[in-house]
Design a protein around this ligand. Structure first.
Ligand code: PAF
Length: 284
């Protein structure tokens, strides 16, 4: 695996691959990699000849009260995992390389509407930071295809909106969430959970499954959301949101909507977990 830290060297390497007619596949990450990231790289192999991954802990997507400094940096272990997943190229730029004029002077890419709901409401500015860095990374790597985990469902929808609005010639692929046997979605944040909290945390996915089953039985959306809120509180969570939405717009679902996603975020102690479940309702 080739490791590159500077944009100029990255452009040279990518240009060579493009000249040779190779399709570039891109997996952007913030490192602290787990089996879910490895799956993205492995799936990436089906979409092109060169799989490039980036590791960049993006300060622009952290709020002032979120602990950017405490975010785990595990580069040596990440490199081993990427080698094992047969990643071809790893881009590990510094903050100065990505934001040479500093964060305040940075041009911001802001996707309206969808960025403000759910996680965007709880984490103001978060999706502007994500859209901005992903756009910059796309311009540097110039991929034909980019893969994102469906665990961050709203993030992928924000990026889809941005790619469409800015006419970026990039195909986006969402990859199914990897889960523990308990159903807990794999996440870098699971590392913050105690053994006891990990057991409790399984209730998040269970509540999504129960909500999906209730929606299939045509129980009303408001009752389904209220029951999930009660279930999660009983399991020791402090709820941020639990919301049945239209799968594309992420607006609150209407009774006639068929393509749905249930989005959930909740705190277990000091750890904020998110998860989601997509479902299609058959016409009544
Ligand atoms: O999902 C992530 O790890 C990050 O939000 C991303 C897409 C790499 C942008 O920093």
């Amino acid at each position: 695996m080739q490791q590159i830290t500077h944009i100029a060297a990255l452009r040279t390497a990518i240009a060579e691959h493009k000249r040779a007619g190779r399709r570039i596949v891109f997996v952007p990450t913030m490192g602290n990699l787990h089996a879910g990231h490895a799956r993205l790289v492995e799936q990436g192999r089906h979409h092109g000849q060169i799989v490039a991954c980036s590791i960049f802990v993006n300060p622009l997507q952290f709020g002032p009260t979120e602990d950017l400094d405490a975010y785990p940096r595990t580069l040596a272990a990440d490199i081993e995992k990427l080698e094992a997943a047969r990643c071809d190229l790893l881009f590990t730029p510094s903050v100065a390389e990505i934001y040479p004029h500093g964060l305040v002077a940075q041009t911001i890419v802001s996707v309206p509407g969808i960025s403000r709901r759910h996680c965007g409401n709880s984490r103001p500015g978060h999706f502007d930071g994500v859209a901005t860095v992903v756009n910059k990374l796309f311009n540097m790597v110039q991929p034909d295809v980019a893969l994102f985990g469906l665990k961050d469902y709203q993030q992928l929808q924000v990026i889809r909106h941005m790619v469409a609005d800015l006419c970026l010639p990039i195909e986006l692929v969402g990859v199914a969430t990897q889960r523990e046997p308990s159903g807990l979605a794999l996440s870098s944040r699971n590392g913050y959970l105690s053994a006891g909290q990990k057991v409790q945390a399984a209730a998040l996915y269970q509540s999504l499954q129960e909500a999906a089953a209730a929606l299939r039985q045509r129980i009303g959306i408001a009752s389904v959301e209220a029951a999930a809120a009660q279930r999660l509180a009983a399991a020791g969570f402090v709820l941020d949101y639990f919301s049945v939405c239209h799968a594309d717009t992420l607006e609150p679902a209407q009774a006639e909507d068929r393509q749905l996603v249930i989005l959930a975020a909740a705190w277990l102690g000091k750890t904020r977990l998110i998860d989601n479940l997509q479902l299609e309702l058959r016409p009544a």
